[in-house]
Design a protein around this ligand. Sequence first.
Ligand SMILES: Cc1ncc(COP(=O)(O)O)c(C=O)c1O
Length: 386
Amino acid sequence: MEFAERLKKVPPYLFVEIDRLKNEKLKKGADIIDLGIGDPDLPTPSEIVEVAKKALENSAFHRYPSNQGSEFFRKACANYMKRRFGVEFDPETEVSALIGSKEGIAHFPLAFVNPGDVVLCPEPAYPVYHLGTLFAGGEPYYLPLLWENNFFPDLGSISKEVLERAKILWLNYPNNPTGAVATREFFAEAISFAKRYGLILAHDAAYVEMYFEEPALSIFEVDGARDVAIEFHSLSKTFCMTGWRIGFAVGKKELVQGLAKVKSNIDSGVFTAIQYAGAYALDNLERIVPPLRAVFKERRDYLAKALQELGFELKIPQATFYLWVKVPKGFTSTDFCRKLLEELDLVVTPGNGFGASGEGYFRIALTVGVDTLKKAVERLSSFVIR
Ligand SMILES: Cc1ncc(COP(=O)(O)O)c(C=O)c1O
């Protein structure tokens, strides 16, 4: 059976070799420490689970959900945006529920990208920006996120010819995989750039609540964003709810409505009981999230320092639960990660899997407890000393 052209364009999965090796080791009973997975290990806070349990019994929620999301969920999203970022959105027209932010990010280009249009995608990055582009028949144009530029793209380097064909500029801060956070200045530059070249500014804010010091920014905290931007939010990492599949898109009405129109023809919304629990989570975010944040901060504090003491080079991330670390001289990303797995039973993610500019780095996810991180550091120190 031959796949369609759009599926043939999907690049090969770069973590195949690591996955194969890991599974082989697991079968042999190896004590693998897996720092590869970007999925919080903590359970969803029990009060959210309890609200969901009660909601399950509400027979009104057993029917098809509202496509764009229930009114109560969209209101909770708008209230959150107002409380946290000081910006008002109309829950009727400027908010849409998503089956996780990934779903919205993947579908968004279908609303605005024609075959041959260019979409500006950062790299290294979460792969869905460029895959959503490919599925819509668009052409990704990659914007390297480099250490020396604090992992911001160099917007000035894009040629006029590319900009004439460009439709969307994707950004993601706090950033996976680099852990970089946006500054107001950078967002202001991106907004005026989008306005100058008639681009849609699509911002993935999946990690906006996973900050350790200063609260991370929404693009809408910067003047002018409302004219050009849509922002994708996720309850996954914020509330340790990755399995529940709920997020939302918020922003300029036409952008949200374009996405909602695509979605209304593909999916039938988020299970209303989950929206009910999601609304409860958002309404109580200021109370529920700080203890979760503290757990990840403790892990970051421990591991970032321990790695630096071992001689690894990294910028201490102010947000996300990722450490983006340079591989020691003389190794490629793949070689180094394979060696850690072969010799230390340690899984980390090779940076080149997130894009060409990720070569020379590896990503660690802080999704295991400090005790396990200590074990990982012990293994690494034996390796470094050798
Ligand atoms: C940068 C980024 N955006 C979006 C997502 C998708 O999250 P979800 O679909 O669970 O909301 C992820 C998940 O890992 C991510 O890393």
